[in-house]
Design a binder for this molecule. Structure first.
Ligand SMILES: [Zn+2]
Length: 423
């Protein structure tokens, strides 16, 4: 029996999805917000506003909850730049979810105060369940926990993925002292640093984390070279002696490379996949080249037992991610964030990935939002993209209707359920 595009769409929207990447804070944080609409400018649209020319000081004033500005005054700060950011996919996504969740028909200086009142009123205990489970159809979302944050999450909706990069990047004695505080013992030698890293990972594993995340492409190259323990120990000793930020990247790199590779090895031993930021860095002003996915090749070769998930389609290097995931059994490809950055890119990429990457290694839904509302908007986008791409592949005769449905379930749910062992 053939499946119509309509039937495919119905099936895709009936799936209970696994969202592979979010930055959603605990619900209490959202419920404590008093800003309403202007709370939604921690990232994405704010970055496009700055890219369009909005002075950073105006942005900070607009989103500072404590400076006493009225909603209208906040709007006035953004008004010259909003039209230019509202046409990007970030802007479109925000307009869509403000409409769907809070009934906003227009967002302007006349309506923003009322919209903010509706947002603050809606964000009550239980709101995450309404938005994420009931409205967005999310079974589980994997949420990032930053260095120093606990990994306890509401397990009904979430699983935690911690970033442990701070064990690779101490640059001064003060950084090591901060790690001593977290570890509860001395960190005065490389061996002690390694022991602290391993103990933290084990403590987190006991609390149910499902992966670890490497976020280092925001601050350095993804080229993690092979490096001896002796070289790393020499770098550690220089950090121990360093009272100020006076060490160059070349001085620190052996320690960073060694500790990052060690984290990969420890994660592999514990069956934890490693999610890696590749491609475009959020915000304004960074070294895109640092995030090039092919820089990770030696890591893939040297850790055949680890499982690496390359985030964000390596934007703009989605073809490189496809080639790596096709070539390496231990490399997986994740489109997270891309439905919010560019639905057109996400659709082109998914189309190409279906043709190049085995079906069990593609992840097609991750909202990458700081807000449950953003996750809702971005995940709905991801579903629509899956419908478009799979529907077109059915129309071409590339996939049967049955195969298209099966593939939809793999890339929106089953692949993540298996890799992150969510049962
Ligand atoms: Zn992210």
């Amino acid at each position: 029996m053939s499946t119509s595009r309509e039937a495919l769409r119905e099936y895709v929207f009936s799936l209970s999805i696994i969202d592979t990447h979010e930055h959603i804070p605990d619900e209490a944080v959202a419920c404590a917000d008093t800003l309403g609409f202007f709370n939604f400018f921690e990232h994405y649209v704010s970055s496009d506003l700055v890219s369009a020319g909005m002075p950073r000081a105006s942005l900070e004033a607009m989103r500072n909850p404590d400076n006493g500005l009225s909603q209208e005054e906040r709007w006035a700060l953004m008004a010259p730049w909003w039209p230019h950011a509202s046409t990007t996919a970030y802007g479109r996504a925000m307009i869509e979810y403000m409409h769907e969740l809070f009934g906003a028909d227009d967002i302007d200086g006349d309506s923003v105060a009322a919209l903010s009142r509706r947002i603050v009123a809606a964000r009550q205990p239980g709101w995450y369940h309404t938005v994420l489970r009931e409205r967005a159809g999310i079974d589980k979302a994997l949420v990032i926990r930053w260095p120093g944050q606990p990994v306890d999450v509401d397990r009904e909706l979430f699983r935690a993925v911690p970033i442990l990069d701070h064990y690779a990047t101490p640059a001064t004695r003060a950084d090591l002292e901060a790690l001593e505080k977290e570890a509860g013992h001395a960190v005065q030698t490389l061996d002690q640093l390694m022991a602290a890293q391993e103990a933290l990972l084990d403590a987190f594993a006991a609390k149910g984390i499902v992966a670890v995340k490497i976020f280092l492409a925001y601050q350095r190259t993804l080229q993690f070279d092979r490096c001896s323990k002796a070289e790393a120990a020499r770098a550690f000793d220089r950090v121990w002696l360093s009272q100020r930020l006076d060490l160059a990247f070349e001085d620190l790199k052996p320690l960073q490379d060694f500790m990052t590779r060690r984290l990969v090895g420890l994660a592999a031993e514990r069956g934890l996949p490693v999610q890696i930021h590749t491609g475009l860095q959020e915000g304004n002003g960074n070294h895109l080249e640092h995030s090039r996915p092919t820089l990770l090749t030696d890591l893939f070769l040297d850790h055949p037992d680890a499982r690496f998930v390359l985030f964000h389609a390596g934007y703009p290097w989605a073809g490189a991610v496809a080639a790596l995931a096709k070539n390496f059994p231990n490399v997986y490809a994740d489109l997270c964030w891309m439905p919010a950055v560019s639905p057109a890119f996400a659709a082109r990429t998914l189309d190409e990935w279906i043709e190049t990457i085995p079906a069990n290694k593609i992840f097609a839904v991750g909202g990458d939002s700081n807000y449950a509302e953003g996750a809702h908007g971005h995940c709905n986008r991801a579903r629509l993209i899956a419908c478009d791409v799979l529907g077109a592949k059915m129309a071409q005769g590339y996939l049967s209707g049955t195969e298209a449905k099966w593939l939809a379930a793999r890339i929106l749910r089953e692949n993540a359920r298996e890799l992150f062992r969510l049962d």
